[in-house]
Each structure stands twice: as C-alpha cells, then as structure tokens.
Design a protein around this ligand. Structure first.
Ligand code: NDP
Length: 232
C-alpha cells in the first residue's frame, strides 16, 4: 500500500538512499533537510516533494510536516533520520559539538515526534534511525552514543505508550555517507578510518527501513540492526 513518508536528513547518505528505495516502492516521499538544492535535485529525480527543515527547531519541524500534509493530504510515516557525529574524547571539551549532537540527534528526533503525532490519522509509524552506538559505547563516541541510547529509550517508551502508532528503531553499523566529514578531531578521525573502510552502501539501511514500512498494520517491527558482516 502506498504511504506518505516524511524523511528528515534526506539530502545525503541514509536519508537520500531511503528516499530512493521508498519512492521506487511506490510510496509518496516528502524530503527534508537544510541543503535545499540537494533536496530539489533528488526530488526531481525520484518524483518526490521537498521542504526546508532544521530539526533543531520545533517550529521548523511542525511547518515541514504541515507542508507534507498540505501536499499529500496526510502523513503515514516519519523517518527521523537526521544526525551528526562530530566525535572526540570528552577530555577535549568540544562542548559546542556535544550540544550540536544533543540538539540534532536527540532533540531533533523529539521535535519530529511532536510534529507528527497530532497529524497521524488512523495509525501512524515513527521510524527512528539510531545506531549500533545505541547498544555499545565506542572510543571517542561517548556523547554520540548517549544521544543514540536516548533515541532507543524514547522509541521504546513511545512504543509502550501508543498502541495505535508503530515505532521502529533502525540501528545501522558502518554505512557509507557524509557522516564522518563532520569530525574535527584528528584522533577521532583516525579511529574511524577502519569503520569507514568496512562501510555498507546506504541503500542497505534504506532497504531495512522499507521492510519495516511495508509490514501489515498489525505488525510493528521494533528494531532492525544492520552491520557489515566484517564489523565487530
Ligand atoms: P550524512 O551526514 O550523510 O547525513 C546526515 C543528514 O542529516 C543530512 O541529510 C543532513 O542534511 C541532515 N542534518 C544534519 N543536521 C540537520 C539539521 N539541523 N536539520 C535537518 N537535517 C539535518 O550521514 P548518514 O546518512 O550516515 O546519517 C543518517 C543517520 O544515520 C544519522 O542519524 C546517523 O547518526 C545514523 N547512523 C549512521 C551511521 C553510518 O555509519 N553512516 C551508523 C549509525 C547511525 P543537511 O546538512 O542538508 O541539513
């Protein structure tokens, strides 16, 4: 069944790949991110629509979801995918980067949920993109993992609370994208080199999300963890 799917962070990486997979499966896709030129190009290519979105702003997320409802008449699925990962040791005190991870990875997900819950009519589906870092803490990734553990926890809480809304956590391992471009710390960048070498194509995560979306209404896929077979 064709669904209306809104995707945050659709301008690159996993969000872009997910948009491609879902559009190819016949869903109506609404793309959001800050880089509108990228959204416009992707939307034209796959037959989607788009609007600007800064997930750190509750108002921006609300306007984005409203624009999707205006365009397609309803919203069935939110893919809360936008994220940043400027890794460093906590002792380096890159406190502005800590704030940004909390603002985008955690508050951004909450802003998405707040925007979409009132707009669901007769069911709905929230897909939160967490990480294998929602299950294990890795060197230089304390704050990043803290945000992803939090996304896991709030997803489980929402699932328990709402029997009319499906909630799925998708936890990727190493995946090719622009995520590591935001690392400003040399040591953290060197730690990530092997991670990046093993990366899966982003379409592997898009396919996992599409699987959860495609299930019948009574089936809630609670979590999917996808790692490269070579990742520890
Ligand atoms: P990318 O850097 O390629 O994509 C991140 C996306 O987030 C971009 O589209 C970016 O768009 C968007 N974004 C960042 N900040 C904001 C903001 N304030 N408002 C709106 N959009 C924003 O990385 P990935 O595709 O890898 O990341 C997607 C998700 O997957 C993230 O949540 C990440 O933590 C998670 N993940 C990724 C893994 C990997 O190995 N790649 C592993 C585990 C989890 P723009 O800059 O245009 O706003």
């Amino acid at each position: 069944m064709s669904k209306v799917v809104v995707i945050s962070g659709a301008s690159s990486g996993i969000g872009e790949a997910t948009a491609r997979v879902l559009a190819a499966a016949g869903h109506r896709v609404f793309l959001g991110a800050r880089r509108e030129d990228r959204l416009a190009a992707l939307a034209a290519e796959i037959g989607a629509a788009h609007a600007p979105l800064d997930v750190t702003s509750r108002e921006s997320f609300r306007s984005f979801v409203d624009a999707a409802v205006e365009r397609y008449g309803r919203v069935d699925v939110l893919v809360n995918n936008a994220g940043v990962m400027p890794l460093s040791l906590m002792g380096s005190l890159k406190v502005d980067e800590w704030d940004r991870m909390v603002d985008v990875n955690l508050k951004g997900v909450l802003n998405g949920i707040a925007a979409v819950l009132p707009r669901f009519t007769g069911g709905g589906h929230v897909v939160n993109v967490a990480s294998v870092g929602a299950h294990m803490v890795m060197p230089t990734a304390a704050v990043y993992c803290a945000t992803k553990y939090a996304v896991w926890a709030l997803s489980e809480g929402l699932r328990q609370e709402r029997q009319d809304v499906r909630v799925t956590v998708v936890s990727p391992g190493a995946t090719a994208s622009e995520l590591t471009d935001g690392i400003t710390d040399d040591f953290a960048a060197s730690v990530m080199e092997e991670f990046v070498r093993k990366a899966l194509p982003a379409s592997a995560i898009g396919e996992a999300i599409a699987y959860a979306v495609a299930q019948p209404a009574e089936v809630d896929v609670n979590e999917i963890v996808v790692r490269p077979v070579t990742q520890d």
